[in-house]
Design a protein around this ligand. Structure first.
Ligand SMILES: NC(=O)c1ccc[n+]([C@@H]2O[C@H](COP(=O)([O-])OP(=O)(O)OC[C@H]3O[C@@H](n4cnc5c(N)ncnc54)[C@H](OP(=O)(O)O)[C@@H]3O)[C@@H](O)[C@H]2O)c1
Length: 285
């Protein structure tokens, strides 16, 4: 079995690459600039050269704010390019494991979203990812569509993730602004990578939710990090509408790992355990 990871320098792509190396699994990772998913010739020649049995699509236009102003590009990467990817996967009998997001939901449900709940994105990023989902669900013959949320982890792109950003800001300032009315389940990419490995190993198909267990808002998340790091910093609570002025975000985008639980392969830890592990791995504590 040979796996091809698209977006291998991103947060999830980096975690998957590390895991496959450790587990001695045959894989190849590709990313910008040499691989661009919206370039059909590059996509076709990459698949012809690598001849994968499985593709994990972890590449995406992930900047939620930029997706509002660069909608066309975001739609090409997250949505339209999947038509060609799905066509090639069907033609070559490749299993496609595609990664999607909690932002396909509007956030008005007061209970965790289940895999079969109806999507209704409320911002441009969510809309582009929803289009991608629909293409896969309607046309792909052999797929797993894994929805996750609020990812953090190392990346080869060396960009600061949300946890690093919170810590950097807290170390520089006496007080830090955090949003109190967006509820989610922050997820460590190392946990998700291992869960994806199990999904593939068990040939699980269809839509699958996979996030850390339980839920929190960003104030609770920040407080817990500061408690672990023994950082004495004041948190200034703000409402989402005042923080993310230009963009609407779901207030409640918690996903239930229902299918993983029913199949007894849910290995996702509590969000507190996950972030503690990340801080240990990164030698913050
Ligand atoms: N991050 C989150 O909080 C979050 C939450 C829920 C779901 N997800 C989903 O989880 C998946 C992985 O997210 P992530 O956090 O690992 O994202 P990430 O760190 O932004 O990684 C995405 C990778 O894809 C690359 N990429 C962008 N455009 C590309 C293109 N046209 N062709 C090929 N590669 C391209 C990016 O390169 P550049 O960096 O150079 O652009 C980057 O290396 C995505 O599908 C995302 O939608 C993420």
């Amino acid at each position: 079995m040979k796996i091809l990871v698209l977006g291998s320098k991103g947060q999830l792509g980096t975690a998957l690459s590390k895991l496959f190396l450790k587990e001695n699994i045959k894989f190849k990772g590709v990313d910008l600039p040499e691989f661009n998913i919206i370039d059909n010739n590059v996509l076709t020649s990459t698949l012809e050269k690598i001849k994968p049995d499985i593709i994990i699509n972890a590449c995406a236009f992930t900047d939620v704010y930029r997706a509002e102003t660069e909608f066309d590009l975001a739609m090409k990467i997250n949505g339209i390019s999947l038509k060609s990817l799905v066509y090639l996967c069907n033609k070559k009998d490749i299993f496609l494991c595609h990664i999607s997001t909690d932002y396909v939901f509007d956030g008005y449900k007061i209970k965790p979203y289940l895999e079969e709940d109806k999507t209704n994105p409320i911002n441009c990023y969510g809309l582009t990812k929803d289009v991608g989902e629909k293409i896969i669900q309607n046309y792909c013959q052999h797929f797993a569509l894994v929805r996750t949320a609020a990812l953090y982890g190392d990346s080869k792109n060396m960009t600061e993730n949300i946890v690093d950003k919170i810590i950097t800001s807290a170390r520089r300032n006496k007080s830090i602004i955090m949003v109190e009315d967006e509820c989610t389940s922050p997820t460590y990419t190392n946990d998700l990578a291992y869960q994806i490995y199990l999904i593939i190993k068990n040939d699980l198909q269809g839509i699958i939710h996979s996030t850390s267990e339980d839920e929190c808002n960003w104030v609770e998340f920040g407080k817990y990090i500061f408690q672990l790091l023994k950082l004495n910093v004041e948190i200034e609570n703000v409402k989402s509408r005042n923080f993310s002025k230009s963009i609407k975000k779901p207030f409640y985008s918690v996903l239930e790992n229902a299918r993983l639980k029913s199949l007894k392969i849910n290995i996702m830890p509590h969000w507190k355990q996950a972030v503690k592990k990340y801080l240990v791995d990164k030698e913050y504590i």
